[in-house]
Structure formats: structure tokens, C-alpha cells
Ligand binder design. Structure first.
Ligand code: ATP
Ligand code: MG
Length: 392
């Protein structure tokens, strides 16, 4: 390394997730995701100094843009726009002095960490030495409780980093470390949030959307694609299956008592999603169900719906209320898409009354009129697959 400093994003991850063998798997995935997230930006090599990642920035790299991207990479605990220098107090000091000369601040603090014990100075000594030099160069006073500027320093065996702002990362686990799931994505508010929460726990999410074309217009399909595209910024590449469901629903309407129709639709959706999951190597299904939100989501009906598939169904929103879900939808930018009016397949063919406590026996009886295998296969063979990526 030359004596000049190198600029880049210094990235910290949560050590807690990194027990034993998982460590290298986690780091490899996080590194791959960082490269994906920044692939259209002018960034340099990605290095792995002890316990951290450092993504070098080129001359023209926009920090604002890179910052935005990093805030979407799960697994990052916090990050900073940092400078990298040799682990030498004098060099460190000179470099810091050079960088603060253009800044205005009346008070400051130095927060140094020595990440290895053989460096000849303790953290406290580094604070004092650098603090004295910053004070002299700037004329500002030391204020440890409420400084205008904090100089963060991390000294590692082969290099040292310094930066002035520590930015909170999104947390979670890198997408890809927890396998693949299939999310039933309606055009509503809830299921996009459910997908987001699974991504945050490290899952790659494949989307499935059911629509009622040709009986309805294309709005629900377009919304689902927009939602998937919005969510793709967290997993960089997505697949969405658009499954025509109108004919299937017509058969249900023709043969099933109205009180059971919603449950029968849901069970058919799960069966179709299960086939897609097996084809795409997914290990579970995800829905946006939240306990008691609507009559199809009583605990009895959740049980009756679930019985249609042997795959585990994950419901990340089950214990959240609508307000909490809506708030999260706003934060992740799906809310504005979700509230666009559409012709949702289930409300189009919705009966007025829905059974609130269906038993397995009643459901089986209600379904017995249907030829399930061909219905599922027919919908599957008519499904359209759309692939997308982010950055596009
Ligand atoms: P959301 O806001 O996600 O639409 P909701 O509160 O409207 O949920 P329901 O209509 O009971 O609840 O749907 C429950 C779940 O079933 C949804 O969260 C979603 O996972 C799935 N689902 C419902 N309709 C569709 C659809 N047209 N395509 C794909 N999945 C669907
Ligand atoms: Mg809905």
C-alpha cells in the first residue's frame, strides 16, 4: 500500500450470526451480494480485512449512490465512507489532518479501536495522540459527550481505517444463506412485506401471482410485477410466475358452496405454488396472512388451508397488526404500488359469506367435486414467467 489513503466503504457485519462453519459461507454470500448491488457503479476491488469488508471506491464513485445500495444489502450491521492507510500513527494523523482541513467543527472526539493487541499503542493512547494533533490542526475543542465531529479509527494488523460517520445497515442475513422460498404475492399490502421479511432472514424469494385474466384487466398482474421489481433491489434477481386463475375459479364457483370458496381458492393456490416450489428448488411457501385480519385468516381456517400442501408455510406477518404492516410497507416502498386499485382475483369471485371455522372434513367434501390434478396442471402450464434484475 502506498502512503496515500485509499477510499472505500468499510462494512461491518454482525459477528453473532457467524458461528463456526457458517462463517465462510455467510461471508462469501455477503461479498457476492455486495458485488451484485454495486455492479453498475464504478467501484474497485472488494477486500476482506479481519472481521470487515472494504469495497474500494474509484475516483468517480458517487458515495450517495453507493450508500443507497449498501442500505439494501442484508447482513450489513453498519458501514462508513472510510479511508484506508498504513497502520502508523503519524501517517494516520497526517491523513486525518488533511481531510478535516476543509471541515468546520467547534468540537470533536476520537473513537479509536485497536483490533489486535500487538499494535504498540492502546486505543486510549491512539485517542490521545490523534486528539492532540486534530486539536492543534483545527483549533476545535475536545468534547466526548456531544461532539460536532467524531473521528472513528480502526487499527488492524496490516492497515488502519478512519471515518467520520457510522451508518446503520439493514441488518439481517445475506440473501442466499437461508435457501429459497416461494411467496404468494397478491397485489395487496401484506404479501410484499412478508417477502421482504423473508429476504431479510436470508431467503431468496420466488414470486407467484394469481390473476383473473381474461375475466379481469391486467392491473393486478402489472402491480405484482412492479412489486416484485421493487423488492428485487434486496435480492438483485427475481422470478415471478403469473398464473391465470380465472377458469379455475369459475369451476369452483360452479361446484363449491359459496361459504367455502375462498378456502378452496387458497388451497388451490397453495397446490399450484407447491408445484412451482418443487420445480425451482424452494423449501417453503410464504404468505402475507396475519391472524384474525379477515375471516379466511382465523386459526381454524389457516389450519384448513395449510392442510392442502406438505411444504411448510411461513407467515412472517402472523403476529403483526395492519398498522405495523402498513408502516413497514411504506418504509420499503411497496405501499404506494399496493394501494393502486386493481381487480384482485379473489375479490372478483368472492362470495358474500365466508365460513369462519371450517373443518378438514367439510373442506374435503366441498372440494370433492373438483378434479384437482388437471386444474393444478392446467393453471401451471398456462403460467407466464417474468425475470428481472436490480440494478437493471
Ligand atoms: P395481501 O395484502 O397480501 O393481499 P390480504 O390481507 O389481502 O393479504 P388475503 O386476501 O386473505 O389477505 O390473502 C392472504 C394471502 O394469500 C396473501 O397475503 C397472499 O400471500 C396470498 N394471496 C391472496 N391472493 C393472492 C393472489 N392473487 N396471488 C398470489 N397470492 C395471493
Ligand atoms: Mg389481498
Amino acid at each position: 500500500m502506498a502512503t496515500r489513503s485509499v477510499k472505500g466503504a468499510l462494512i461491518h457485519y454482525h459477528e453473532i450470526a457467524l458461528k463456526g462453519k457458517n462463517r465462510s459461507f455467510f461471508l462469501k454470500q455477503l461479498a457476492a451480494n455486495l458485488r451484485m448491488a454495486s455492479r453498475d457503479l464504478d467501484v474497485g476491488p472488494l477486500r476482506r480485512p479481519a472481521g470487515r469488508l472494504f469495497l474500494e471506491m474509484e475516483e468517480g464513485t458517487s458515495w450517495e449512490e453507493l450508500r443507497e445500495r449498501l442500505s439494501q444489502v442484508f447482513g450489513i450491521a453498519n458501514f462508513a465512507a472510510a479511508s484506508r492507510v498504513l497502520p502508523d500513527l503519524d501517517l494516520l494523523s497526517k491523513s486525518i489532518e488533511g481531510e478535516i482541513s476543509g471541515r468546520r467543527f467547534a468540537s470533536f472526539a476520537v473513537a479509536a479501536r485497536r483490533a489486535f493487541k500487538t499494535f504498540p499503542h492502546t486505543s486510549q493512547e491512539i485517542n490521545q495522540v490523534i486528539g492532540a494533533r486534530v486539536k492543534l490542526a483545527s483549533g476545535a475543542k475536545v468534547d466526548l459527550s456531544n461532539p460536532d465531529l467524531t473521528v472513528y479509527i480502526e487499527v488492524l494488523p496490516n492497515e488502519a481505517f478512519y471515518y467520520f460517520e457510522k451508518i446503520r445497515g439493514p441488518g439481517g442475513l445475506p440473501v442466499g444463506v437461508s435457501g429459497t422460498v416461494v411467496c404468494l404475492l397478491s397485489g395487496g399490502i401484506d404479501s410484499p412485506v412478508a417477502a421482504y421479511r423473508m429476504m431479510k432472514r436470508g431467503c431468496r424469494v420466488v414470486f407467484v401471482h394469481f390473476h383473473s385474466q381474461p375475466f379481469a384487466d391486467r392491473t393486478s398482474e402489472e402491480k405484482a410485477i412492479d412489486l416484485a421489481q421493487r423488492l428485487t433491489r434486496y435480492q438483485f434477481a427475481s422470478r415471478i410466475y403469473l398464473v391465470p386463475f380465472g377458469e379455475t375459479q369459475q369451476e369452483v364457483v360452479a361446484g363449491v358452496t359459496s361459504r367455502f370458496r375462498i378456502l378452496v381458492y387458497r388451497r388451490l393456490m397453495l397446490r399450484i405454488a407447491e408445484e412451482i416450489a418443487r420445480k425451482d428448488g424452494a423449501q417453503a411457501l410464504v404468505t402475507g396472512e396475519s391472524l384474525g385480519q379477515v375471516s379466511s385468516q382465523t386459526i381454524e381456517n389457516i389450519a384448513a388451508i395449510e392442510e392442502a400442501t406438505t411444504l411448510p408455510i411461513v407467515r412472517p406477518l402472523v403476529g403483526m397488526d395492519k398498522e405495523e404492516i402498513t408502516e413497514q410497507a411504506q418504509q420499503i416502498g411497496t405501499y404506494d404500488i399496493s394501494i393502486i386499485p386493481d381487480q384482485d382475483c379473489c375479490s372478483m369471485f368472492a362470495p358474500r359469506q365466508v365460513v369462519t371455522r371450517a373443518t378438514d372434513k367439510e373442506i374435503s367434501l366441498a372440494e370433492s367435486i373438483l378434479d384437482l390434478g388437471p386444474l393444478v396442471q392446467g393453471a401451471l402450464s398456462a403460467a407466464r414467467l417474468v425475470e428481472m434484475s436490480s440494478p437493471a
